[in-house]
Design a protein around this ligand. Structure first.
Ligand code: G3I
Length: 455
C-alpha cells in the first residue's frame, strides 16, 4: 500500500482534529486555511476538480440521500439509468425517463453529469445480446449516436466504452459479442460519439486498472494508438473498486495515461471497510490531486446502504453520518494539489457544404473534424418535400485520400467517389426530416457537396 510522506500525514492528522472540533493551537498554525472548504465538492473545486457520486433515480425521493447529494457533491453519474438496457429496451425504441431524471438532478445542482455507459458487454438489452456481426455493429453504433444525440451538450464526459479489456495477464481485449464484431468496434464507437456530441469528453472506463499492470498496460497501448491515429478519445476512467490495499503505482499509472494527452478521472471509487479504508480513500484523493490532468473523483454511491457492495465501502454510513473515510477525503482535498488546468474545448466541426435545397428527393451536407492527415466526416441526409425510403450519398474524395471506417451507413469503395447507402434503421426519412451517418478518412476531407439520391 502506498504511504504518504510524514509531513503529509501530520497535516492530515491535525486537520482531522480541527474538523472534529478539538481545540488544538498547533493545528490552526499548520492548517491556517481560510480557504478550507467544508464539503467534498467545494473542496475539490478549489483545485479545479469535481467530486461526484453515482446516483440512482429511485432514491431521489429519500430525503437523507438528497440532502447529502445536494450539499456534498458537484458531479453525478447515473448508476444504471443511461445503460443500454435502460435506454433502448427494444431495438430503435428509446426510453430516457430514468436518464433524464439523473440529468435534471445534476442540472438543478449545477453539477457536472458523467454519462455512463454507451457500450458495455454487460447490461445489454436482450435483443442486442442475441445479435451478432454487422447487425450488432450497426445497432451498437446507432445506439451510441442516438443516446449521445439525445444528451448532446449536457454531458460533461461519456464513458463511451466500458470494461472492454480482459482480466489477468494478457492485456488483451475481453471476448464479447461486441468484440466479435471486429477489433475496431471501440474506435467506431468513439467516432460516432464525437460526431453526435462534439463537446462531451469521451472516456474509456475500466476496473482492475488501479496501478501499472497487464490490463492497464493493454489499455494504455490502445489509448496511445488512438491518439497517434486521431481516434477521438479525451479521457480514461479508473473505476477503483478497491479492497484493503492500494497499489504502490496507483499515481504513476494515472500520470502515464495523462502523459499521453488525455484527462484521467477516478470514476467509481469505493473501498472495502476495514482498518485501511480511510487511508486508502485519502491516498486515492492525493494521487488525483498530484496529477494535473486528473479532473475529478466519483464515488460509486452515497451511503453504505446505497452501495452495490455489502462491505460498507462508501463515505457515509447507512444513516447518512459522515465516516472517518469522509473526513480523510475532505482533509486530503483541502490540503490541495496541482491545480487542474482547464483543458481546451473540442474544436467545433466546420461545415464545408451549403445548406440543403428544398424540393423532392434528398440532399446531403457534410461537416468535417479534421486534423493533419485525417478527418471524421458527419453527413446529414435531409429529405425534400416527400418522405424518403432508402437513400444513397455519393462523396468524392481528393486523390490520395481513403475511407477507413463508416458508421450508420454501408459504403461501396473507399477511394475516389464513394457511395454510402442507408441501413435498416435510417433508410426511412420523413418529408423535411433528416438523419446522419459518418465516416473517417485519411488525407484531406471531401471538398465538394455530396450528392444524394433516393432509393
Ligand atoms: O431495477 C431492477 C428491479 O426492478 C428488479 O426487481 C431487481 C431484481 O434483481 O433488479 C433491479 O435491477 C438491478 C439494478 O442493479 C438496479 O438495482 C439489476 O438486477 C442489477 O444487476 C444492477 O446492478 C448494477 C450493476 O452495475 C450491473 O452490472 C449495480 O446497481 C451497479 O452499481 C453496477 O455498476 C457497475 C458499473 O456500471 C460498471 N463498473 C462496475 C460497477 C459495479 O458492478
Amino acid at each position: 500500500m502506498k504511504l504518504r510522506t510524514s509531513s503529509g500525514k501530520r497535516r492530515t492528522l491535525l486537520l482531522s482534529a480541527a474538523t472534529a472540533g478539538v481545540v488544538v493551537a498547533a493545528s490552526i498554525a499548520v492548517v491556517g486555511t481560510a480557504e478550507a472548504a467544508s464539503t467534498l465538492g467545494a473542496s475539490a473545486a478549489q483545485t479545479g476538480r469535481y467530486f461526484g457520486a453515482a446516483i440512482a433515480a429511485g432514491r431521489l425521493g429519500d430525503a437523507t440521500y438528497t440532502r447529502i447529494l445536494n450539499s456534498e457533491f458537484n458531479a453525478v453519474t447515473p448508476e444504471n439509468e443511461m445503460k443500454w438496457d435502460a435506454t433502448e429496451p427494444a431495438r430503435g425504441s428509446f426510453n430516457y425517463n430514468g436518464g433524464d431524471r439523473i440529468l435534471n438532478q445534476g442540472v438543478a445542482m449545477g453539477a457536472k453529469v458523467r454519462g455512463h455507459a454507451l457500450l458495455w458487454h454487460a447490461q445489454q438489452p436482450g435483443w442486442a445480446q442475441s445479435l451478432t456481426g454487422s447487425t450488432l455493429r450497426s445497432a451498437a453504433i446507432n445506439h451510441v449516436t442516438q443516446v449521445a444525440t439525445h444528451y448532446k451538450g449536457k454531458i460533461y464526459a461519456w464513458d463511451v466504452v466500458n470494461e472492454a479489456f480482459a482480466d489477468g495477464g494478457s492485456g488483451a481485449r475481453r471476448d464479447s459479442n461486441l468484440q466479435r464484431t471486429g477489433n475496431d468496434w471501440i474506435e467506431a464507437a468513439f467516432r460516432a460519439a464525437r460526431a453526435a456530441d462534439p463537446n462531451a469528453k469521451l472516456c474509456y472506463n475500466d476496473y482492475n486498472t488501479d496501478g501499472i499492470n497487464a490490463k492497464s498496460t493493454g489499455i494504455y497501448t490502445m489509448v496511445r494508438d488512438f491518439k497517434s491515429r486521431g481516434v477521438p478519445i479525451d479521457c480514461v476512467g479508473f473505476q477503483s473498486h478497491l479492497g484493503t490495499t492500494i497499489d504502490s503505482t496507483y499515481q504513476a499509472n494515472l500520470q502515464r495515461f495523462a502523459d499521453l494527452g488525455v484527462d484521467v478521472q477516478i470514476t467509481e471509487l469505493d473501498v472495502q471497510q476495514g482498518g485501511n479504508q480511510a487511508n486508502i480513500y485519502a491516498s486515492v484523493t492525493r494521487a488525483c490531486l498530484a496529477v494535473a490532468r486528473c479532473t475529478g473523483i466519483t464515488v460509486w454511491g452515497i451511503r453504505d446502504s446505497d452501495s452495490w457492495r455489502s462491505d460498507n465501502p462508501l463515505l457515509f454510513d447507512g444513516s447518512g453520518n459522515k465516516k472517518a473515510a469522509y473526513t480523510s477525503v475532505l482533509n486530503a482535498l483541502n490540503a490541495g494539489g496541482n491545480t487542474n488546468p482547464t483543458t481546451p474545448p473540442v474544436t467545433p466541426p466546420v461545415t464545408t457544404s451549403p445548406p440543403p435545397q428544398t424540393g423532392s428527393g434528398c440532399t446531403a451536407t457534410v461537416s468535417l473534424n479534421s486534423w493533419n492527415g485525417g478527418y471524421v466526416a458527419t453527413v446529414r441526409v435531409t429529405a425534400g418535400s416527400s418522405a424518403v425510403n432508402g437513400w444513397t450519398v455519393n462523396v468524392t474524395l481528393p486523390s490520395g485520400g481513403a475511407v477507413t471506417g463508416t458508421w450508420s451507413a454501408t459504403n461501396s469503395g473507399t477511394t475516389g467517389t464513394v457511395s454510402f447507402r442507408s441501413v435498416d434503421y435510417n433508410r426511412q426519412v420523413p418529408a423535411g426530416g433528416s438523419t446522419e451517418f459518418g465516416f473517417q478518412g485519411t488525407g484531406a476531407g471531401p471538398g465538394a457537396t455530396p450528392t444524394c439520391t433516393v432509393g
